[in-house]
Design a binder for this molecule. Structure first.
Ligand code: TYD
Ligand code: MG
Length: 446
C-alpha cells in the first residue's frame, strides 16, 4: 500500500501534502502535524475487535502506587493499559513523586523511568536522596526521542515519561515542547498503549496561563488527569478527569527532605491551645480532611486594618467579619486579622464558615477552644443552620476519631442521642452544646 503522507492542522483539520509553519486555512502557527491515521494504517490491521468473552479480567489490573492518597485519586491505583497525565508548575515535585511511585510499583512490575529533562547523573543524585536501596525492576532511560522511548517501552509494564514537553518526534522539524511536537508524541504514545497494552504516566508542565502544555488536547487524549498544586510545603493532587473514579477526590502530601510524604495531618494535640486555633473537618471528595484554622486578631496601628489571609477566600473572611461586627458588636474594624489554614491547601466550601467565625472570635476574646468542633452552616444573620442528617452523622463519626470533647451545633444532646442511637457508645463522653447563633456561643462562654 502506498503511504500517503499528509499533514493535518491540529486546530482546524486542514490537510496539506507538505509541512507548513502556518496553516493556510486558519492562519494558526505551528499547528500542522503528521496525520497519524494515514501513517498507522498498517498497524491497525494487527488489531481486531474482540468478543466480550475474549476480554480477560487482567485488563482491569490495578497497580498500587504505594500512596493511599494517590490511589484514592486514581480510583484505586493506576489501571493497566491507561495513560495518566500528571500536570503541575515546574519545581512543584512531579519528578519526585513520580520517581517514588515508580520505585513503589517496581516492587511488583517492570518499570521504566524516561528522563528526558535530566541526565542519569542528576537522577542518581535524586534517587540517593529518596531511597536507600536500588530496586531490580526499575530502569532509567535518559532519552528524548519518542521512537527510541517506545521501542524501549515494549519490555516494561509501566512507563513514566518525564516530561511530555521534553520529548520529540524526529519526523517533525519543530522545536521540542512546541504544540506540534507534544501532539505528535502523545498521539504515538496513545497508539502504542493501545497496541501493546502498556501503562503510561506522563508528566507535563503547566504553562503560565494555567493550561497543560498549551492546548487542551492533551487532556482529551489521556484517561486520567491529575493536577498538582502547592502552598508552602503542602502538595495537593486534584483530579480533573478520571475514567475510573470520581473527580472529587483530593490527595494531600507534604514535601520533605526525603521526597513527598502522605500528610500525617495536623498535630491534633496542639490545636486549640492558642486562642484563634480551631479544629475543623474539611469535606473533600469522599472523606474529611482534619485541619486547623488559625486566626490572629490584633489591635491595628494603621488607619486601614490589614486582612492577611492564607488558604481562605478573602471575600469569605470579609463576610464573616461583617456578621461578627453586626451581631456581636465587636469592633473588628480596629483590628488586623491574620488567618491561615493548616493541613489543606485552601478552604472553598461554606461548610466551615461557623468554624472560621469561631476562630476569629476565639482570638478576639482570647478564649481558647481545645478539643472542640463546630458543626453547622452560618447564615448572614449569624444563625447556625441545619446541615443534613447524613452529613452530621459523618461529622460525628469523624470527630470521634479525634478525641473531641465538645461539639457545638444547633442540636441538643437529647436530639442527637435520639437521632443517632446507633452511635450512642461513640458519643457517650462528648459534651454537646446547642447554639442557634453566634450570640448563644458568647453567652455560653460567659
Ligand atoms: P521536582 O520533583 O524536580 O519538581 P518538578 O518535576 O515538578 O519540576 O521537585 C523539585 C523541588 O523539590 C526542588 O525545589 C527540590 C525539592 N525537593 C525536596 O524538597 N525534597 C526532595 O526529597 C526532593 C527530591 C526534591
Ligand atoms: Mg521534573
Amino acid at each position: 500500500m502506498k503511504k500517503s503522507i499528509e499533514y493535518i492542522c491540529s486546530d482546524c483539520g486542514y490537510l496539506s501534502k507538505y509541512w507548513l509553519g502556518r496553516c493556510p486555512n486558519c492562519q494558526a502557527w505551528d499547528t500542522l502535524v503528521l496525520n497519524s491515521v494515514n501513517n498507522l494504517n498498517e498497524k491497525f490491521c494487527e488489531v481486531k475487535p474482540l468478543k466480550i468473552t475474549e476480554i480477560s479480567r487482567s485488563s482491569f489490573e490495578v497497580f498500587d502506587t504505594g500512596f493511599s492518597e494517590l490511589n484514592r485519586c486514581l480510583g484505586g491505583g493506576v489501571y493497566k493499559n491507561t495513560i495518566v497525565l500528571l500536570a503541575g508548575n515546574p519545581g512543584i515535585g512531579k519528578s519526585t513523586l513520580s520517581l517514588q511511585v515508580a520505585y513503589n510499583i517496581s516492587r511488583s512490575r517492570k518499570v521504566l523511568y524516561v528522563c528526558a529533562e535530566e541526565n542519569y547523573g542528576n537522577l542518581k543524585v535524586r534517587f540517593d536522596r529518596l531511597f536507600s536501596n536500588y530496586p531490580e525492576n526499575l530502569f532509567l532511560f535518559d532519552n528524548s526521542n519518542i521512537s527510541y522511548i517506545l521501542e524501549a517501552s515494549k519490555e516494561f509494564d509501566v512507563i513514566f515519561v518525564d516530561s511530555i514537553q521534553a520529548i520529540r518526534s524526529s519526523d517533525l522539524s519543530t522545536p521540542v515542547g512546541s504544540i506540534s511536537q507534544v501532539k505528535s508524541c502523545i498521539d504515538k504514545i496513545v497508539e502504542f498503549c493501545k497496541l501493546y497494552g502498556k501503562t503510561f504516566i506522563i508528566l507535563a508542565h503547566v504553562t503560565k496561563t494555567g493550561y497543560i502544555a498549551g492546548p487542551k488536547f492533551l487532556e482529551h487524549m489521556v484517561d486520567v488527569v491529575l493536577l498538582f498544586e502547592s502552598r508552602d510545603d503542602y502538595r495537593v493532587i486534584r483530579v480533573s478527569k478520571n475514567r475510573y473514579g470520581s473527580t472529587d477526590e483530593v490527595g494531600v502530601f507534604v514535601m520533605t527532605d526525603q521526597g513527598l510524604r502522605e500528610n500525617n495531618y495536623i498535630q491534633f494535640e496542639n490545636v486549640g491551645r492558642n486562642p484563634g486555633s480551631v479544629f475543623a473537618l474539611l469535606p473533600e471528595g469522599s472523606r474529611f480532611i482534619p485541619i486547623e484554622i488559625q486566626a490572629l486578631v490584633n489591635k491595628s496601628y494603621s488607619e486601614k486594618p490589614r486582612r492577611i489571609i492564607w488558604g481562605i477566600d478573602n471575600i469569605k473572611i470579609m463576610v464573616i467579619v461583617s456578621i461578627i461586627e453586626k451581631f456581636l458588636k465587636f469592633d473588628l474594624y480596629k483590628y488586623d486579622i491574620i488567618m491561615s489554614v493548616i493541613g489543606a491547601l485552601r478552604v472553598f466550601s461554606n461548610v466551615l464558615d461557623f468554624s472560621i467565625a469561631v476562630s476569629i472570635i476565639s482570638s478576639y476574646l482570647v478564649f481558647p477552644v481545645e478539643r472542640s468542633i463546630f458543626i453547622g452552616n452560618l447564615n448572614l444573620y449569624s444563625s447556625i443552620e441545619f446541615i443534613s442528617k447524613g452529613k452530621f452523622r459523618q461529622c460525628l463519626l469523624e470527630a470521634s476519631k479525634f478525641s473531641i470533647q465538645r461539639i457545638y451545633s444547633n442540636f441538643s444532646r437529647d436530639q442527637i442521642v435520639s437521632e443517632y442511637q446507633d452511635l450512642k457508645e461513640l458519643i457517650e463522653n462528648i459534651e454537646f452544646y446547642k447554639v442557634e447563633s453566634l450570640k448563644d456561643l458568647i453567652k455560653l462562654w460567659g
